[in-house]
Design a protein around this ligand. Structure first.
Ligand code: CA
Length: 311
């Protein structure tokens, strides 16, 4: 069984992380809904992908004087009440053009940002109404940066989960983070009861002070298995393209992870952003499910993945 994790909700159709996008993903049949977690000035946990607001909202129109010297508007500089006045927009580039031109039109719609608390309430209400057990998959965003800004997200996240009755390893929760120090701490210091996912990125992203090249080595994977339950690699980490004809073949990483007892949940499967070597979304999903043998996958298009898994 391959877990279908709705990446930022059904974000291929509605602005990411809105309650509408989460509800749609639930209705499509996703197994897990993802929440990226950042903190407001008054230490409220918000479900937002970025520490910045300017590429996913009308913050620059509503609060033009509140940018930092780097020209960006930070979630951390606004109270929840202020963030609630913003419109949540489909993701834009720095110049205001859409990141994904075929998706919901940018700078339009009447969507809002929501707290983690509100989203967990929604998930539980939908589960109760539909007699389902759809899980949650929170990601602690930029923990070291947040600590420098005076807020420690991990304990707040665990407390919020507990408030909603998530307390045991068997509850449908995965906790994910790119920062290996934070994932280790969740296990060793914070007694996180839930399965932990070590996300794996590229060192050039500056997402955390983590050396992803080392983490992806055989030694690195065995080390991850000491503190985590799964890896969340980028799609490209699991595929090699043959030098002669560019045909995809399975890279070593998934086998290394499996041998170490780790699940593999790669990101992100997008109909409108296919990786090199794949002619169609169907080919992409089929390769990862049947050849790589992933345990779960993050997708902006849960409906498309679910219909392929049914075939
Ligand atoms: Ca995420």
């Amino acid at each position: 069984m391959t877990l279908v994790i709705a990446h930022r909700g059904a974000s291929g159709y509605l602005p990411e992380h809105t309650l509408e996008a989460k509800t749609l993903a639930f209705e499509m049949g996703a197994d897990y809904l993802e929440q990226d977690i950042v903190a407001s000035r008054d230490d409220e946990l918000l479900v937002l992908h970025d520490i910045h607001l300017d590429r996913v909202s009308d913050v620059a129109l509503k609060f033009p004087e509140r940018k930092r010297p780097d020209g960006r508007y930070y979630v951390r500089d606004f109270d929840l009440a202020e963030i609630r006045t913003l419109k949540a927009w489909e993701r834009m580039q720095a110049d205001g053009t859409p990141v994904y031109p075929g998706r919901y039109p940018v700078q339009s719609g009447d969507f809002r940002f929501n707290t983690l608390d509100e989203e967990l309430s929604l998930v539980q209400k939908l589960n109760a109404e539909h007699s389902r057990r759809v899980g949650v998959y929170p990601e602690i965003k930029r923990p070291a940066w947040h600590k420098r800004e005076g807020v420690d997200i991990a304990p707040l996240l665990l407390a919020t989960l507990k408030d909603h009755g998530y307390t045991q390893a068997t509850d449908p929760v995965f906790v994910q983070c790119f920062d290996d120090a934070e994932v280790r701490r969740l296990r060793s210091e914070l007694d996180c009861p839930f399965p932990l996912v070590q996300l794996i990125g590229e060192n050039t992203w500056f997402e955390a002070a983590t050396d992803y090249t080392a983490l992806r080595s055989p030694e690195g994977i065995r080390e991850i298995a000491q503190y985590a339950d799964a890896i969340g690699p980028h799609i490209s980490h699991l595929v090699d393209l043959q030098s002669v004809d560019g045909v995809p073949v399975v890279a070593d990483l998934a086998g290394l992870a499996r041998d170490a007892g780790l699940q593999v949940h790669p990101y992100t499967f997008r109909v409108d952003d296919l990786p090199p070597g794949f002619a169609s979304f169907d080919d992409l999903v089929s390769f990862f499910v049947n050849d790589v043998g992933v345990d779960g996958l993050f997708t902006d298009f849960p409906d498309r993945v679910l219909s392929l898994l049914k075939d």
